[in-house]
Design a protein around this ligand. Structure first.
Ligand SMILES: *Cc1c(COP(=O)(O)O)cnc(C)c1O
Length: 384
């Protein structure tokens, strides 16, 4: 069994410490700490290869990456962008913070992703774009959303924070829409401590993104307009490269854990393990179960508390969801024009469980035993 500290969701994957130290030594030897250093460029090249795109631009985090991606696509303050409510709040906050109005759509409960039909119903005169999310690394309905965006002349962006290394119809996530944004936050399965990368195939767009990231300075070194500072530094790139070196090991462990969870939770009434798109490559960075109270006899909250008693730190990912928190909750006329019953129902059932290379099959079996016992105790109470 792993020690209790490891049974948490989102434990950082460092990779080989020796490699990290060698890279950090190199940074200190060069004294090139930031401003498009060699490790940042290497990280960008390697992410572009994983994503199969012409360009990759590293940023200080994905939240700022989303803002830059939206600005570079011409989305202005006051414009509306349709976003699924079932996502991490950063997707919405990134836009709201720069005056772009997130308008929330409902999801397909089976995929947890934006429902294109619901997106279509929300398109209005102020809609400028769609920011869809590949939730839990499961690619969204890319073809349908692309068709909708083309038909209505909308910008299509993807928050790909969960989906590095995943495929949709055999093609890597990264090359869809105008741009996709990855996150390399410490809790993501590949991490650069803090970091993001914007990937795109559009040369002119990539040049705008690079300028916006760096005070508006264009490739010729001129100040072409306003910009922000969203550069990744060399220390973060050293971590990112070292974590990326270990991606195959991490994904193998995640996939193994997913199979063990499925095996040990099979037949537990009201508890299901969320799956990935059949026939596609997935990173399995999140292990998400759904607890359906009517069948399990206990709520998701009870499962969470029972796990905590054994020092297993599960997380309610995602709950509450975007439209249930401020400032969106208090301004439904602006952000929630239609009810979102499916996103709300899903949010009430999900629970993220520990996975990753430090979580052993024995740990998974022990976690599943706790869940199984909670549910069967509830069953006995029902019978009694
Ligand atoms: C983590 C995450 C983000 C934000 O990433 P940061 O790098 O922390 O800014 C955005 N969207 C989703 C879906 C995420 O999970």
């Amino acid at each position: 069994m792993a020690s209790w500290e490891t049974l948490v969701v989102g434990r950082p994957n460092v990779g080989e410490r020796e490699r990290l130290m060698r890279r950090l030594d190199g940074v200190l030897d060069r004294l090139w700490l930031t401003n498009n250093g060699p490790l940042v460029r290497e990280f960008e090249e390697r992410i572009a290869r994983v994503a199969g795109t012409r360009h990759a631009v590293a940023t200080c985090n994905a939240t700022t990456g989303i803002q830059i991606a939206a600005r570079a696509a011409g989305i202005r303050p006051g414009d509306e962008v349709i976003v699924p409510s079932f996502t991490w709040v950063a997707t919405a906050h990134a836009l709201e913070w720069i005056g772009i109005v997130p308008v929330f759509c409902d999801v397909d409960e089976a995929t947890a992703n934006a429902d294109p039909e619901h997106v279509a119903r929300l398109i209005g005169p102020r809609t400028r774009g769609i920011l869809a999310v590949h939730v839990f690394g499961r690619p969204c309905e890319v073809d349908e959303l692309t068709r909708l965006a083309d038909e209505h002349g909308l910008v299509l962006l993807f928050d790909a924070a969960h989906a590095l290394g995943c495929t949709y119809r055999g093609k890597p996530v990264g090359g869809f829409g105008t741009a996709e944004i990855f996150s390399f936050h410490a809790t993501k399965f590949v991490n650069s401590v803090e970091g993001g990368v914007i990937v795109t195939d559009d040369d002119a767009y990539a040049a705008r993104v690079r300028a916006l990231r760096n005070q508006g300075i264009d490739p010729a070194g001129r100040i072409a307009g306003p910009g922000t500072v969203a550069r990744m530094n060399e220390f973060c790139a050293a971590m990112g490269l070292t974590s990326l070196d270990a991606i195959d090991t991490i994904v193998t462990a995640n996939r193994r854990n997913h199979a063990v969870y499925e095996e040990h939770l099979a037949g537990v009434p009201g508890v299901t393990v969320r799956g990935q798109l059949p026939g596609e490559r997935a990173n399995h960075q999140y292990l998400v179960i759904e607890v359906e109270q009517a069948r399990a006899g206990i709520s998701r909250e009870t499962v969470l508390e029972d796990l905590l008693r054994y020092d297993v730190h599960a997380r309610r990912y995602f709950s509450p969801i975007c439209h249930q928190v401020e400032p969106y909750r208090s301004a439904p006329e602006r952000h929630v024009p239609l009810p979102l019953p499916r996103a709300e129902a899903l949010a009430s059932r999900v629970l993220s469980l520990p996975t990753g290379p430090t979580v052993e099959p024995d740990d998974v079996a022990a976690i599943c035993r706790v869940i199984r016992d909670s549910v069967s105790r509830a069953g006995r109470r029902l019978v009694a």
